[in-house]
Design a protein around this ligand. Structure first.
Ligand code: V47
Ligand code: SF4
Length: 382
């Protein structure tokens, strides 16, 4: 009998806890009410143990990372989400940046000869970054470095761009794929509840539109990620509602790769009066996500946002992915108050971080093909 089996029969557990433990042991799905119970009433070690069991069953001790860099075309944005520390409104555009295609290609060229496998492109929404602009950018990147995986733009941008171009989501995405788009990152999901979404991210694509764009992308053969922004004004019921909609879409398409909980950071934004949630809350949230989203293969701790130490701890609370080396190319979390002021880790540092948490580092590409699995005694070239 392993510890979890023992636990599932312990008289110390409530009936609900026993039911949840038994379901996890049998690889069954938990209900919304059980998810809510884990958030509201379960002890953290109990939730953590169940999440770790699922993580080990799905991925063993493997902990994935990739070698990537970011391009953030602009931080000027027509929207003004109240949690966003990064964007500047059009009337204050002189305080922000608006990169040209050539400037973005300079960033791509900086990585010539380096073994990066992915460029992650995301930024503010502005009229000049339109349907044609992004096709031209993707084509230019592929012409320069055909094997570089382009993970780019969220439904927030796509909804705006395709509406302006008066084309359907499907046509628009087909054009982007033809130009070189390889996958879609998880951003822009924020929180799906309509009332709260209107309050903190008013005007940008709705939850339904976000989900529809991912569904079409999956039908067209693209893989994508999903995020949740947590730790602001939402309740636990809002988090469960958000994950239920993702779980339902995943049942239909199977196109999501990774779930990425993003902790609200409170510096320099309109919600700065809100305190940030504790590390305990972060770990609980990772654990409940891992248990609830039974049809997602991976849960990612995005270390530039959460800090490398919490990310390390999260590896025992359901997380099996740490994103990438990033190389100080994203400003989103630096501007929002993350302790990672210049997020950059060498491959060696990431490998050490993962090993010292007792896990096994695996370098992956964006689609989770193994690039290097760093066997225990092997040396590696950075
Ligand atoms: O959608 C913005 C979030 C997201 C704040 O798919 C904030 O691999 C916390 O989605 N506090 C963009 N979060 C980043 C993103 C992402 C990151 C890493 C990997 C992947 C992936 C996707 O950043 C936005 C928003 O939810 N965000 N401001 C803030 N103050
Ligand atoms: Fe613009 Fe995205 Fe910031 Fe919202 S979160 S203001 S859409 S850059």
């Amino acid at each position: 009998m392993n510890l979890l089996q023992f636990l599932s029969q312990s008289p110390r557990l409530s009936e609900t806890e026993k039911t949840i433990a038994e379901k996890v042991l049998r690889s069954e799905r938990i209900s919304d009410e059980e998810g809510l119970y884990l958030y509201e009433k379960a002890d953290l070690p109990f939730a953590g143990m169940l999440a770790h069991h699922i993580r080990l069953r799905k991925n063993g001790k493997k902990t994935f990372f990739n070698r990537n860099f970011h391009i953030e075309p602009t931080n000027v944005c027509i929207y003004s989400c109240s949690f966003c520390s990064y964007s500047r409104q059009i009337k204050k555009r002189e305080d922000g940046w608006e990169s040209t295609l050539e400037e973005m290609m300079d960033v791509v060229r900086r990585y010539d000869g380096q073994p990066v496998t992915e460029v992650h492109i995301v930024g503010g929404v502005l009229p000049q970054y339109n349907h044609q602009f992004y096709q031209d950018l993707f084509r230019a990147i592929k012409a320069h470095r055909p094997e570089l995986h382009i993970k780019a733009l969220t439904p927030v941008e796509y909804h705006y761009i395709f509406k302006k171009a008066k084309i359907s989501y499907r046509e628009g995405l087909q054009d982007m794929i033809a130009a070189g788009l390889d996958s879609i990152p998880g951003g822009g999901a924020e929180i799906f509840d309509k009332e709260l979404r209107d309050q903190i991210a008013g005007g940008k694509c709705s939850a339904e539109e976000w989900l529809e764009i991912h569904e079409i992308a999956h039908e067209l053969g693209l893989r994508s990620n999903a995020t949740i922004l947590y730790g602001h004004l939402e309740t636990y019921a809002h988090r469960i509602d958000h994950m239920r909609r993702l779980r339902e879409l995943q049942d239909r398409t199977g196109g999501f790769q990774t779930f990425i909980p993003l902790k609200f950071r409170n510096q320099n934004n309109e919600l700065s009066h809100l305190p940030e949630v504790s590390v305990i809350e972060d770990l609980r949230n990772y654990a409940v996500s891992r248990i609830y989203l039974d049809n997602f293969d991976h849960v990612k701790a995005y270390w530039p946002m959460i800090g490398r130490e919490t990310a390390q701890m999260a590896l025992s609370f359901g997380v099996d992915d740490m994103d990438g080396t990033i190389d100080d190319t994203t400003k989103i979390y630096t501007m929002a108050g993350s302790e990672e002021t210049h997020p950059s880790l060498s491959t060696e540092q990431l490998v050490d971080l993962i090993r010292s948490a007792g896990m096994e580092p695996v370098e992956r590409d964006t689609l989770y093909n193994v690039v290097n699995d760093f066997p225990a005694a092997a040396s590696f070239v950075q």
